[in-house]
Design a protein around this ligand. Structure first.
Ligand SMILES: Nc1nc2c(ncn2[C@@H]2O[C@H](COP(=O)(O)OP(=O)(O)OP(=O)(O)O)[C@@H](O)[C@H]2O)c(=O)[nH]1
Length: 474
């Protein structure tokens, strides 16, 4: 049984979770509040927007109300605000609304499979949402009596929402468990490099130090899953903002007088830098996915889903070679398949090929490799077997096909196969594909013998194969 916090049908329970989650995240934001009212990181907006995008059935007016309630409750209970919290928190709702409405129309976000276009889209959407949020926030908190104060407040508010959104949303929207990535010790190297480069940035200081962790983040993007790159980018951005705020990394404050305003430029710079690892990570993921699809197409037969001839050879190149180990091959060819096609159509022929594959797959030993070798020809490769075992396996396959008639649209038809076998003890060849090429030639001669002697039979390894041109045995 899997535990889920949100369930589509539990409207009230979902609302309550959103209420308490919002209040909790607001409380974290309040604790990170700077002397000048604004929080260093106000994460609630990006988290709730990410939640609404990943789970679109949560994106309802009622849940906005729960969320708004959580924000006001936090302010009234812990910040001592009263009426102003009702107006100020509308700024947060504006961010969530714009980000959710703009991004939740794209299904890849739901599965955490954003591509370059989707990641690029987060950038303008965050910018728009942050600007709208900042303008409302500055208006609600200080009014527009002083133009400079309003601009600084709006800039502070917007830059914080922009950078926090850009650091958190890609992480939330690309998060999914990738089962095909295997963590090894050297996977930690890029992560370690980011930490080292961050340490170097602290030692070096100055505005340029902000970009120092970038090569480490790009290394993460090259070798680690996207969500790990997004996590590292988010943590690095957060760490840099904290270090600059705490004056551990020193950057010049430029011409702006306030102690808080350099953060505006730092946040914008970090947000812009964050885009590079995201772009590299999603581009590489797209290339890897394409390679996976191409490999699957080349290595698997579309009709039967078995290994193709290329796929079988490819799998043999990856099989560790050991001299003295035996390799056996069974080649299997459908008898009078042309007649099946002629009598029952190409679709009938395809149906028979699929059913043969199913029967063969059910009759081979688990360690065997089964492949559709050509049109109506199949191959089975076995390791560590002897001649009698190979023959028994071939006969089991033959009987699996011919034992029961095949059902096509027009009725039932008998189908049989002819088989040839070959076996070799690996010598000094160094690879299995060379052995396989020789086995194919021998098994083919034995298959030819089976066809010549009446079909629906197996010619064992120990029998001398018929040579082309010899009269039929039957
Ligand atoms: N339906 C279908 N037919 C295929 C496919 N691939 C090859 N074929 C047909 O398989 C038939 C093979 O015929 P032949 O090589 O003459 O052999 P056969 O009729 O099986 O006769 P023997 O092998 O001598 O018993 C050809 O008509 C091909 O068109 C396929 O994917 N689907």
């Amino acid at each position: 049984m899997t535990f889920r916090v949100f369930r589509e049908k539990n409207t009230v329970a979902n609302g309550l979770v959103i209420f308490f989650l919002t209040a909790f995240l607001c409380a974290i934001g309040s604790h990170l509040r700077l002397p000048m009212v604004l929080s260093l990181f106000w994460i609630v907006n990006a988290v709730i927007a990410g939640l609404f995008i990943r789970k679109p059935w949560l994106h309802t007016p009622l849940n906005y109300l729960w969320c708004y309630g959580g924000m006001v409750a936090n302010d009234v209970l812990f910040s001592g605000w009263a009426m102003e919290s009702f107006t100020i928190n509308i700024a947060n709702i504006i961010f969530i609304l714009i980000a959710s409405c703009a991004l939740n129309r794209y299904p890849p976000y739901l599965q955490g499979k954003a591509n370059i276009r989707h990641i690029m889209l987060i950038f303008p959407v965050c910018l728009l949402a942050a600007l709208a949020c900042g303008l409302w926030g500055a208006l609600a908190s200080g009014g527009i009596n002083s133009g400079i104060a309003f601009m600084l407040s709006a800039g502070d508010w917007s830059s914080e929402q922009f950078s926090t959104g850009l650091l958190l949303l890609p992480l939330i929207l690309t998060f999914y468990r990738r089962s095909d990535y295997h963590w090894r010790l050297h996977s930690l190297l890029p992560i370690g490099s980011v930490i080292l480069l961050l340490a170097a940035a602290i030692m070096l200081g100055g505005p340029g130090s902000l970009a120092l962790p970038l090569p480490g983040l790009i290394w993460c993007a090259l070798v680690l899953p996207i969500s790990v790159t997004c996590l590292m980018t988010c943590l690095t951005g957060v760490a840099e903002i904290m270090l600059i705020y705490m004056n551990i990394i020193r950057v010049s404050s430029g011409f702006l007088p306030s102690a808080v305003t350099p953060l505006i430029s730092v946040r914008l710079g970090i947000a812009a830098l964050a885009l590079t690892p995201y772009m590299v990570a999603v581009s590489l993921e797209a290339i890897r996915e394409l390679n996976r699809q191409l490999a699957t197409r080349a290595n698997y037969d579309f009709l039967t889903r078995l290994l193709s001839r290329a796929g079988l050879f490819d799998s043999l190149t990856r099989q560790p070679f050991r001299p003295g180990k035996t390799m056996g091959l069974i080649l299997l060819d459908v008898d009078f398949f042309k007649q099946i096609n002629d009598n029952y159509g190409h679709d009938g022929g395809d149906l028979v090929l699929r059913e043969i594959s199913r029967r063969l797959a059910g009759s081979v030993v688990p360690s065997a490799r089964l492949s559709r070798f050509g049109g109506e020809e199949f191959a089975v490769v076995l390791f560590e077997c002897d001649e009698p075992r190979l023959y028994r396996q071939a006969e089991a396959l033959r009987l699996a096909v011919s034992g029961e008639p095949f059902t096509v649209v027009q009725g039932e038809i008998p189908v049989s196969v002819s088989l040839g076998t070959a076996l070799e003890i690996a010598g000094e060849d160094k690879n299995w594909t060379t052995v396989m090429n020789r086995l194919v030639s021998v098994a083919d001669s034995h298959l030819y013998s089976s066809k010549r002697s009446g079909r629906n039979r197996t010619t064992p390894v120990w029998q001398e194969p018929a040579r082309p041109g010899e009269p039929d045995i039957d």
